[in-house]
Each structure stands twice: as C-alpha cells, then as structure tokens.
Design a binder for this molecule. Structure first.
Ligand code: ADP
Ligand code: MG
Length: 329
C-alpha cells in the first residue's frame, strides 16, 4: 500500500508547492471562505492549512486518507462533467505516504473534532479526539523524509517558498471571494482579504497585490461572449508589457492553467504589437460549458483539452487582438 501511494505521489507531489495546491483545492472544494496557510522552511519542514469548510465527519476520516477515496464523484459518468477541483482521490493518500500528515476536522453538525493520521508500512489509520473549530486542518511535516532521493531535489527554502507564493497568487486571482493568509516561518507574508464579486475597486486592489500596482492600474479590462464561451480579464497594453513572463495567468472554469492552446493564442494576438524584449502580460478567465472541456488530462491538472480547440483558440486570439488594435488607433 505504502509503495503504491509513494508511486502515485510521484505524479502529484513534485515539491511542497504541489502539496499546497492540492490542499488548497480540497479546502475550496469543501466550500471554505477562509484559508490560513503556515509554511516552515519553504514547506520542507511544515505545511499547515486551516480552512473553515464543511469538514470531514469522524467516520470518513480514514477514508479520506486512503487511495482512490473521493467524496466528489459518485459514478464514472460524473467524470464527464467535473466541477470540483479534486476528483482523483489520491492527493491525501499520496502526500501522507511521503510525509507525516495529520488531518484534524470538525463538521459544523458534529459536536467535537477528531484527528487522523496513518502509520506504518500498511498505512494503518489512527483516530483520536482533538480540538478544532468548524472546518479542517491538514498538518504536514517533514516532506519526503522517507524518500531521500526526492528530498535531495528540494531547492533552498526561499525558492520552494517562492513556488508556494506563486500557487497562492493563482488561487488569489481565481477566487476573489476567499480570504487568504500566507505565513512563512511565523511571519505573515501575504494577506488577500476577500473581495466582493462586483467591486471593481477591490478587484484592482487584489490584482495589485498579486500582479503589481503598475499592472493593476494600467491593464485594460475586457469581457466578451460567443459560442457559449465567456472570456474576461486584464491585458497590459503592448508598451506596458513586462520583460518577464511572471504575469501570465489564465484560468479555465476557475482552474488555474498553463495551457498551451491559450498561451499560443495570446502570444499570437500580441505578436505584431510587441517589441522584442517584452512578453504578453495578462490575467484572463475563460468560462466554457463543463461538457466542452476535459480536465482529466494531466495528474497535476495544469492542462485542459477543449473539445472545440480551434474555436476556443480563435476566440481568444480574436478577442485579444481586437482589444489591442483598439488601443493602437
Ligand atoms: P480528491 O480531492 O480528489 O477527492 P483527496 O485525496 O485530495 O482527493 O481528498 C480525499 C477526500 O478527503 C476528499 O474527497 C474530501 O472528501 C476529503 N477532504 C480532503 N480535504 C478536505 C477539506 N479540507 N475539507 C473537507 N474535506 C476534505
Ligand atoms: Mg483533492
């Protein structure tokens, strides 16, 4: 069991930042509105995430730690129209096999909190009473302690924390309604207060925290809708584009993506406007019907496959191009 989990962990858990991403997505799936993330030593020593979501009932704690246990898909047909962020049911089992993981949770309707962790070669789950407000904490220590070959690949604390910071930025940009605190070694490093959906001013404030105040001030806001596809977001005018590709964010149905198709369309749209040393600078959001997109392509879920690839590509290309053309007249 442990070995199978460790092999699966190879796909899901590359580094502390990938653990953070899985845990945050679980919290969001659990409808949390508040996240507190504590990191020690770049995540190698500790990753702890507390949420105020629906929690895990006592008798489901053991299940949550076992492989291919997901509460999010009832049958195989559901795979066709996935709306939750997690669905493979292997993140917690995988992470638990390469670290010391403790799960503490209290659903609102349960009077007390319980904690669970697994031990030994057969990953036996132990359960004990605990104390915790409504919601869940996943506390992970000593990442890769039992897989030294992987531990060796971890970079400096600063670099690993940088990756975590980036994961959280992407969450902050995709979920305006979530209150997020990120601490490193006991110090608050980021705080993204929740922002209401229709408040442009507050959007810009969060945008400034994530993408820099220059981008937040000057970026062009746009939205466009056609063939069931909705696109909106912010684009930098060509002469205000950055020299580095650090602000290139795209989201599909609320998921952060590094999608080749979308990136290609945007690059092509900017192509004739950009001077050589600048790169497209953007944060864009695509919404397509759930049955028009396949998210089950990559274990870490960075990529999607659109059923109408051409159509999506050209829609993004044309929308961005029109906007930039408009700017240039
Ligand atoms: P998946 O997210 O693919 O279902 P995971 O291994 O990430 O698989 O999580 C297993 C299960 O544990 C989830 O399906 C969910 O029921 C439960 N779970 C994990 N994290 C949380 C959380 N923060 N709040 C509530 N339930 C959670
Ligand atoms: Mg998950």
């Amino acid at each position: 069991v442990e070995l199978a989990n460790q092999i699966a962990a190879g796909e899901v858990v590359e580094r502390p930042a990938s653990i953070v991403k899985e845990l945050v997505e679980n919290a969001l799936d659990a409808k949390a509105s508040e996240l507190v993330i504590d990191i020690e030593s770049g995540g190698a020593k500790r990753i702890r995430i507390r949420d105020n979501g629906v929690g895990i009932p006592r008798d489901e704690l053991a299940l949550a730690l076992s492989r291919h246990a997901t509460s999010k898909i009832a049958d195989i047909d559901d795979l066709e129209a996935i709306t939750s962020l997690g669905f493979r049911g292997e993140a917690l089992a995988s992470i638990s096999s390469v670290s010391r993981l403790r799960l503490v949770s209290k659903p609102a309707e349960q009077s007390a909190a319980w904690q669970a962790w697994s031990e030994g070669k057969d990953m036996q789950v132990r359960i004990e009473p605990a104390s915790h407000p409504d919601g869940t904490t996943v506390d992970i220590q000593d990442v890769f302690y039992n897989t030294p070959a992987r531990r060796k690949f971890l970079r400096t604390d600063k670099t690993e924390f940088g990756h975590i910071d980036e994961v959280i930025k992407r969450i902050a940009l995709s979920r305006w309604d979530i209150d997020i605190t990120l601490n490193h070694n006991g110090k608050r490093v980021r705080y993204y207060p929740a922002v209401s959906e229709h408040d442009q001013l507050h959007w810009r404030r969060r945008l400034a925290k994530v993408c820099g105040s220059g981008f937040a001030q000057d970026a062009l806001y746009f939205q466009q809708h056609a063939h069931d596809i909705h696109i909106e977001g912010w684009l930098a005018a060509p002469e205000q584009c950055r020299h580095q590709g650090d602000v290139q964010y795209s989201f599909v149905n609320g998921r952060m993506m590094k999608d080749k198709l979308i990136n290609h369309a945007i690059r092509q749209a900017y192509d004739s406007f950009l001077t050589a040393e600048r790169v497209p600078t953007f944060a864009i959001y695509l919404t397509v019907p759930a049955d028009q997109v396949d998210v089950n392509v990559h274990p870490a879920k960075h990529e999607v496959r659109f059923h109408q690839q051409r159509q999506v590509h050209d829609f993004v290309l044309n929308t961005v191009k029109q906007l930039l053309l408009g700017q240039h007249q």
